[in-house]
Design a protein around this ligand. Structure first.
Ligand SMILES: Nc1ncnc2c1ncn2[C@@H]1O[C@H](COP(=O)(O)OP(=O)(O)OP(=O)(O)O)[C@@H](O)[C@H]1O
Ligand SMILES: [Mg+2]
Length: 262
């Protein structure tokens, strides 16, 4: 399970995020980017953040540390903005917190070229979890102390929204043509050779065990949180073995994406 902290102060909303993430201070004196269970996207977004974030971390990617943040809705009572008040009021209990990378900048491919190897690793990982939210328009990559960090894994594993069809949808190809790193000739095959064998049943069990039980209850068709954890693991295990051959939109010869505009 993730470390648990309790929010002591709501600092400010982060304007860039569609889900209105906010900065909070917690009882361990840490500052966290908090994503709320009461946000429109719902708790499945938070499950995806944990499964993908913790998997990425174990595969060697830089990902901000994750915690669960207990929230007493009274913390929102003094908030001047109605939208923030409503969000806090509907998010009592466990929410997601991410270590705040102070001073991090949004990724700009023109200012920060990436090697074919690193691009390949990130594109392969995004293909694995079917991340549709790492495009050149909205890279969800941060540059912190000269290194690239992955954030925002909420829009992944689309199959979690339709479990009966999960196995069939999990083997679908991944279109990388708009990926933020498509222009760097990503060596997806090289990344797969290194990373795919590491995505084992044991690793996925470890990763899914980090998701709080409270976000895994009342899912139709699943009696226990552990049964749902196994459902999260299965498509990833199957996909790891095959996805490198199903990444579309990257020119096989140059590796260049088709974004063209920039
Ligand atoms: N750990 C972090 N450290 C520093 N800044 C962060 C961190 N996480 C997020 N941010 C900032 O907050 C913004 C919004 O975060 P994020 O993309 O995770 O939210 P979101 O609501 O899912 O966004 P969207 O769906 O609009 O992409 C990021 O673009 C980044 O500028
Ligand atoms: Mg984002």
């Amino acid at each position: 399970m993730l470390k648990e902290v309790t929010a002591t102060r709501y600092i400010t909303p982060l304007r860039e995020g569609g889900s209105l993430p906010g900065l909070v201070e917690a009882d361990d004196f840490g500052i966290y980017v908090m994503k709320f269970t009461g946000a429109g996207q719902g708790r499945k977004t938070l499950v995806a953040e944990v499964v993908c974030g913790e998997l990425a971390r174990r595969l060697g990617f830089r990902v901000p540390g994750l915690v669960t943040v207990g929230l007493d809705p009274v913390l929102g009572l003094g908030e001047p903005e109605q939208q923030v008040q409503d969000l806090l009021r509907h998010s009592g209990g466990s929410n997601l917190g991410m270590d705040f990378l102070s001073g991090a900048l949004g990724y700009d491919p023109l200012a920060f070229p990436v090697s074919a190897e690193e691009a390949g690793r990130i594109v392969w990982f995004d293909a694995l979890v079917n991340n549709v939210d790492r495009s050149w328009r909205n890279p969800n990559l941060l540059v912190h102390r000269g290194e690239l960090w992955l954030i925002d894994h909420g829009a992944t594993m689309i199959w979690q929204h339709n479990w009966p069809a999960a196995e069939a949808s999990a083997v679908r190809p991944y279109d990388a043509s708009e990926h933020a790193l498509a222009r760097f000739a990503p060596d997806v095959a090289g990344a797969a050779a290194e990373l795919a064998p590491r995505v084992t049943e044991d690793l996925l069990a470890e990763v899914t065990a980090e998701v709080p039980d409270a976000w895994l209850t009342d899912e139709p068709g699943f009696d226990t949180p552990d049964a749902l954890r196994r459902a999260y693991a299965r498509p990833l295990l199957a996909r790891a073995a095959v996805i490198a051959g199903r990444v579309a939109g990257i020119d096989a010869r140059t590796g260049a994406g088709r974004e063209g505009e920039k």
